[in-house]
Design a protein around this ligand. Structure first.
Ligand code: ZN
Length: 611
C-alpha cells in the first residue's frame, strides 16, 4: 500500500522568516530543524514535527523537491535536533525520562483538583510563589518540574558562524543584527516541557526549583567538536584576546588542551559571541570558519572536519528536589550527639545521633537517598534538650514519595515509637510538618534564637547559704558577661570577647556537703562544698559551661566570681527552653517549660550520672 504523504504544516508568515536563507543552509548542513530555526522559524510546535512531515511541508513551500540524500550528522546541533524520519523531536529523550521516573519509582499524584493559578496576582514567578505559599497543599496534587539542558560549547559558536555565513552569502548588511533565533536548548526545553505533562498531568514546568520538584537534567557533550572548534576557530579568531578566559597560565592551558577538557567552556563561548557583536573582522572570520570547516568536505579544504559522524553523547538524570520537614526535638540522653560523631579510627562517639533517629522512619517511608538534620544551633552530646525542644529541619534528599499532612503526622508518631534506633526512647519530636523554602532560608541563616533557658547542677568549693545565692546570683538581673572565645572552641571560632546577657538566675535544691561528694559519705578528705541547681535565662550564644566555671578567667564575671571568688564547676546541663526570634511571651513560656521538664537537672539525677 502506498504511504500517503503527511499533511503539510502551517508555516509562519513569510515576513517573519526567510525561505531563501533556509534554501541556502539546508543543502550544506542537512538538518531541517537547524535550517528552519536559523532562517527565523520560532515556533517550537512546528520544529518538533517529524522530519518527514517537515520535508513535505518545505517541498510544497519551495515548489521543488528538497534533497536529503547525504545522510550525515548536522554540524550545528551535532545531531541533537535530528530524529529518525517519523518520530517527533525529543521522543527518544522523553522515553528515557519516563523510563527513569518508573525505575526510580517516583510516586506522582494522579488525581485531585488543580489549584486555581489565575487567582495569583504576582507577575514575577506566580507558580514559584504559590508553591511556597501552599506547598503542603500543592505537593499532594501538583508537582513542578525543572528542566536543565547543558550543551557542548561548540553548538553556540557554530550557530553564530552559520548565521554570519548566511549574511555573507546573502550580502545583507554586515552590521545588521540577525534577529531572534531559537537556539538548540530553547527548542529542546519547549518541546519537552509540553510533552512531559501529557504523560503526567500533575506535572507543570517551573523556572525555579522548589522543595519536592522533579528535576530533569539533560547533558550533551562532544569533545571532538569542542576541540576542533577551539583550535580551528577560537584560537584563530581571537589570537590576541586578553581577558579572563585567555589569561590562563601556559601550564594550565597545556593541561586543558592535553586533556581536551572543556576547551569551549562557557567563558570561552561568551568571549567569542561578545567579540562577534562588535568586531566585523570576527564576524567575517566566523563566516569563513563555517565555510571551511562545517560544510561537506568534498568541495572544501582538506582540513575540514565536517565529516565528524558521531553525534553528541547524552545522559538523562531524573532526581527530585529535597523536601524539608520542620519540627522540634527533645533529647533525653547525655550520651547522644545531634549528628553522627566519628572520632579517629572511625569509631563513633555516643549512641545513635538525633539525626539518625529522626531520619530512620522518614527514609523508610520516602525511599529518599539520604537525610540531613539542620538544627537551630546544637547542644553538646552530654547536654539534654528538654522543655519544648529545639527547632530543626530535616532535609530529605531525592525523595521518591512526598508525604501529605496525614503521612507527616504518621512519621512523627513513627519517630516517637521506642523501636529501632530510638528503642531507648531518647528522642521525642513534636510539631512535625512540611516546611516551605522561606523557613529553610531562615534556618540556614541561623541566629534566629533569641533567648535560651538552662538548668545546671553546680558545685562550688565552699559553704554558700541561701541568702548569699539570693543576693549575688538571683539579685543580678540583666547581667552583662564578657566572654572570650572558650578554649574548647578556639580551633573553629575567632578569638573575640563577646558581651552576653544573663537575663535572670534562680537557684533551687541547695545542699551543703561537708567533705566528700554529694550523696556520698560525709567527713572525707574533701573540703566543704555546696551543690545547687541554677536556672538561667540568657541571650542566645552564651557559653553556659564557661559562665559557670569561668574558663580560667576568660569569662568575667563567672558564677564563682559572683560568689566572692569561689571555685565553681558544672556537673550537668540541660537546655530547658529555646525562644525563637518573633516568638511571643518568652518569659511565661520559659516558666512553663521548666515546670514541664520538671525543673531540669535535679540533685538526685546528678548522683546517678556524675558519681
Ligand atoms: Zn541540526
Amino acid at each position: 500500500m502506498p504511504v500517503s504523504p503527511p499533511p503539510s504544516l502551517p508555516l509562519p508568515d513569510e515576513d517573519t522568516w526567510s525561505l531563501p536563507a533556509f534554501s541556502l543552509l539546508y543543502p550544506k548542513i542537512n538538518c531541517i530543524r537547524c535550517s528552519l530555526r536559523l532562517a527565523g522559524v520560532c515556533d517550537a510546535e512546528i520544529l518538533r514535527a517529524p522530519e518527514r512531515q517537515l520535508r513535505a511541508t518545505l517541498c510544497s513551500a519551495q515548489g521543488a523537491e528538497i534533497s536529503h540524500a547525504t545522510c550525515r550528522m548536522c554540524p550545528l546541533c551535532l545531531g541533537i535536533l535530528q530524529s529518525s524520519g517519523d518520530r517527533e523531536l525529543g521522543s527518544a529523550l522523553l522515553d528515557a525520562i519516563l523510563a527513569q521516573i518508573k525505575t526510580k519509582k517516583y510516586v506522582l499524584p494522579t488525581g485531585g483538583d488543580s489549584p486555581d493559578m489565575t487567582q495569583h496576582k504576582s507577575t514575577t514567578d506566580p507558580v514559584g510563589e504559590m508553591v511556597a505559599e501552599h506547598s503542603k497543599y500543592l505537593l499532594e496534587r501538583k508537582v513542578p518540574f525543572i528542566l536543565g539542558v547543558s550543551l557542548p560549547g561548540s553548538v553556540a559558536i557554530r550557530d553564530r558562524a552559520a548565521l554570519e555565513w548566511v549574511a555573507c552569502e546573502q550580502q545583507t548588511g554586515r552590521h545588521q543584527d540577525p534577529g531572534r533565533r531559537l537556539d538548540v536548548k530553547e527548542i529542546l526545553k519547549a518541546v519537552l516541557e509540553s510533552c512531559l505533562p501529557k504523560h503526567y498531568p500533575c506535572l507543570y514546568a517551573a523556572s525555579t526549583p522548589s522543595p519536592g520538584a522533579l528535576r530533569v537534567d539533560l547533558s550533551f557533550w562532544h569533545a571532538g567538536a569542542d576541540e576542533a572548534d577551539y583550535h580551528q576557530g577560537v584560537r584563530i579568531l581571537l589570537p590576541n584576546a586578553t581577558g579572563k578566559a585567555f589569561n590562563r597560565t601556559r601550564k594550565r592551558r597545556r593541561h586543558e588542551e592535553s586533556n581536551q577538557e572543556n576547551l569551549c567552556n562557557a567563558t570561552v563561548v561568551a568571549r567569542v559571541l561578545q567579540a562577534a557583536t562588535g568586531d566585523p573582522n570576527v564576524r567575517s572570520g566566523l563566516a569563513v570558519f563555517f565555510a571551511r570547516n562545517l560544510m561537506p568536505p568534498s568541495t572544501h579544504s582538506p582540513t575540514a572536519y565536517a565529516a565528524l559522524e558521531t553525534p553528541a553523547a547524552s545522559s538523562v538524570q531524573v532526581t527530585r528536589e529535597a523536601i524539608f520537614l520542620a519540627g522540634r526535638y527533645l533529647k533525653l540522653s547525655r550520651e547522644m550527639p545531634q549528628t553522627l560523631w566519628v572520632v579517629e579510627g572511625g569509631r563513633r562517639k555516643g549512641k545513635a545521633s538525633v539525626e539518625e533517629v529522626v531520619a530512620e522512619p522518614v527514609l523508610d517511608w520516602t525511599s529518599a537517598t539520604s537525610a540531613v538534620l539542620i538544627g537551630s544551633g546544637r547542644e553538646d552530646m552530654d547536654v539534654r534538650m528538654l522543655g519544648t525542644g529545639r527547632p530543626f529541619l530535616l532535609r530529605v534528599n531525592d525523595p521518591r514519595r512526598i508525604p501529605g499532612r496525614e503521612e507527616v503526622a504518621g512519621l512523627e508518631a513513627a519517630i516517637n515509637q521506642t523501636t529501632g534506633l530510638n528503642s531507648g526512647g531518647d528522642v521525642r519530636v513534636h510539631g512535625l510538618r512540611l516546611s516551605d523554602k522561606h523557613e529553610v532560608k531562615a534556618m540556614h541563616a541561623g541566629a534566629t534564637e533569641k533567648v535560651k533557658m538552662y538548668s545546671c547542677r553546680v558545685w562550688v568549693g565552699g559553704r554558700v547559704d541561701r541568702a548569699l545565692l539570693a543576693t549575688s546570683l538571683e539579685g543580678s538581673k540583666e547581667l552583662v558577661v564578657a566572654q572570650k572565645t572558650p578554649i574548647r572552641v578556639l580551633h573553629r571560632r575567632a578569638l573575640l570577647t563577646r558581651p552576653k546577657v544573663i537575663h535572670e538566675m534562680r537557684c533551687t535544691d541547695v545542699k551543703v556537703v561537708e567533705g566528700g561528694e554529694e550523696g556520698g559519705e560525709e567527713g572525707g578528705e574533701m573540703a566543704v562544698g555546696t551543690y545547687f541547681t541554677l536556672h538561667l535565662r540568657t541571650s542566645a550564644g552564651t557559653y553556659i559551661k564557661e559562665f559557670v566555671h569561668g574558663d580560667m578567667g576568660r569569662t568575667r564575671p563567672s558564677v564563682g566570681d559572683l560568689l566572692g571568688g569561689l571555685e565553681a564547676d558544672l556537673l550537668a546541663l540541660d537546655v530547658t527552653g529555646i525562644v525563637m526570634e518573633g516568638e511571643e511571651g518568652e518569659r511565661e513560656e520559659g516558666k512553663e517549660q521548666e515546670e514541664e521538664a520538671g525543673g531540669g537537672v535535679k540533685g538526685a539525677e546528678i548522683n546517678g550520672i556524675v558519681v
